[in-house]
Structure formats: structure tokens, C-alpha cells
Design a protein around this ligand. Structure first.
Ligand code: NAP
Length: 231
């Protein structure tokens, strides 16, 4: 049976690769992004897959925008079997001695609070037995931190990891699996051209991991090859 999926930050990078992959295998997708009018690739895909791709506005860091998405969802199909919280931000160039409260706050809102609050708001729409995939990062691993770098990002991803475990508990009784996923070092605007893997490799690997999840995997931190990362 085709899955009903929602992908955030779907207009470029790994999010767009998720959308392409899900459509190619027959699923239905709500692609959420900040500026649907400018999302050329998504709008082209919507023409190629009529009725199976809906592009809706979402700024994951904004409460009104999240509420609007929740209101609009019933118009395009309602239930969600797979929610991919992919949208994320990395403020580069931070250094100790010149940290910015604005970058810390924006990162927290976008990478941690946003996906947590969106998942909570969408909980009634999630299918029992479904899945919430939080795209995290190995940079959110406290155990693997060996240097001072990208603090706003690392702290917000560590917070997102905690939110993942808490959501796994909150949704346990409905058998909804909630996982934190590291996509690899991926060739995107964020990862840079010199990164190790393509968006296609990352999305393919992550979907393989998601498809293979059992209820016992809920609350785990895995990479795109299915390997466990330390918190
Ligand atoms: P990217 O190319 O920079 O794309 C980021 C996406 O997130 C864009 O669609 C962007 O939308 C969206 N976004 C940012 N802030 C948003 C907000 N407030 N509301 C809605 N959408 C927002 O990054 P990427 O490499 O594809 O990253 C996707 C995910 O993977 C992120 O969570 C990132 O932290 C994670 N990740 C990436 C790597 C890597 O090597 N690339 C490694 C580890 C983890 P706009 O176009 O509107 O800005």
C-alpha cells in the first residue's frame, strides 16, 4: 500500500531527494517548504506526478505557519504514515568568544523546537504503527564531540535527539516509531560540494533504514547505513 508521507524542508538538498525517491516508488507526498512559489523543482515534480504530490508552505520555526499546515493537511489527504522532519539550519563561522544569541535561538527553534512541536501538532494525524524520522546529525552526538565547532548547530541537534527519545515515549502506545537519523556527510548547500555522498545515496539509505524499523527500534539514533550512533 502506498504510504502517505510529509517531508519538511523539501525544496532542496536531502529533503528534495526524499520527495523524488518516495514519488518514484509510488508513495503520496506532502512536500512542505518555506516558499512554495519559488520551489521550482517541487512544482515540476507536482506536474509529473499529478495528485500524488502536494506542495504546502511551512516555516518549521514559526508557530502560525505550523498551525496553518496542520489546518490545510485534511484538504490534501489527511493521514500521515511517515513524517520526515528534515528541515534544518547550520550557521557557519561561529567561534568561541563571539557567539551569537540570535544564531543559538534560531538553530534551537528550527532544529529542535520546530520538529518537536510540529510532531506534537500532527500526532492526531499520524497513523498508528507509522514513523517519525527526525533528520539529525552526528554533530549532535555528545559522546563523539572532540572539538569546538558549529555550537549552535551541535547543541540544537543534541536537543533534537532528546526530543526524539521523548517523542518515542509519547507515541509508544500507538506503535509509532520515532528515530533520529544521521544522513551521512552529504553534497548539499549545507554539506558542501566536497562531502562524501550524494543526496540520492543518502535518501536511499535512510529510506532503507526507515523501512526496516521495528517498534523496538523507536528512540534509536542511526545513520544512513543503519549503524547505531552514540548519544
Ligand atoms: P540544505 O541543503 O541547507 O537544505 C536545508 C533545507 O531546510 C532547505 O529546504 C531549507 O529551506 C530548509 N529549512 C531551513 N530552515 C527552515 C525553516 N525554518 N522552515 C522550513 N524549512 C527550513 O541542507 P541539507 O544538507 O539538505 O540538510 C537536510 C537535513 O540534514 C538538515 O536537518 C541537516 O541538519 C541534516 N544534515 C545534513 C548533513 C549534510 O552533510 N548535508 C549532515 C548531517 C545532517 P530554504 O530553501 O527555504 O532555506
Amino acid at each position: 500500500m502506498p504510504l502517505h508521507c510529509l517531508v519538511t524542508g523539501a525544496n532542496r538538498g536531502i529533503g528534495l531527494a526524499f520527495v523524488r525517491r518516495l514519488l518514484a516508488r509510488g508513495d503520496r507526498v506532502v512536500a512542505a517548504c518555506r516558499h512554495p512559489g519559488k520551489a521550482t523543482a517541487l512544482n515540476t515534480l507536482a506536474g509529473e506526478y499529478p495528485g500524488r504530490l502536494h506542495v504546502l508552505p511551512l516555516d518549521v520555526a514559526d508557530a502560525k505557519s505550523r498551525a496553518e499546515l496542520v489546518r490545510e493537511l485534511p484538504l490534501v489527504g489527511g493521514r500521515i504514515d511517515l513524517l520526515i522532519n528534515n528541515a534544518g539550519v547550520l550557521h557557519s563561522g561561529e567561534r568561541f568568544g563571539a557567539l551569537s544569541a540570535a544564531h543559538l535561538e534560531d538553530s534551537f527553534r528550527t532544529n529542535a523546537a520546530g520538529p518537536l512541536l510540529l510532531t506534537e501538532a500532527l500526532a492526531p494525524t499520524l497513523s498508528d504503527g507509522g514513523c517519525v524520522a527526525n533528520v539529525s546529525s552526528q554533530l549532535g552526538s555528545i559522546a563523539n564531540t572532540t572539538r569546538f565547532g558549529t555550537p549552535s548547530y551541535n547543541i540544537s541537534k543534541a536537543a533534537q535527539n532528546m526530543a526524539t527519545v521523548l517523542l518515542a515515549h509519547a507515541l509508544h502506545d500507538r506503535a509509532i516509531k520515532v528515530v533520529a537519523l544521521h544522513p551521512g556527510w552529504v553534497q548539499t548547500d549545507m554539506g558542501g560540494a566536497g562531502a562524501q555522498i550524494t543526496v540520492e545515496e543518502s535518501a536511499l539509505g535512510l529510506l532503507r533504514v526507515i523501512d526496516g524499523l521495528s517498534p523496538a527500534d523507536s528512540g534509536r539514533f542511526l545513520d544512513w547505513r543503519g549503524e547505531t550512533l552514540p548519544w
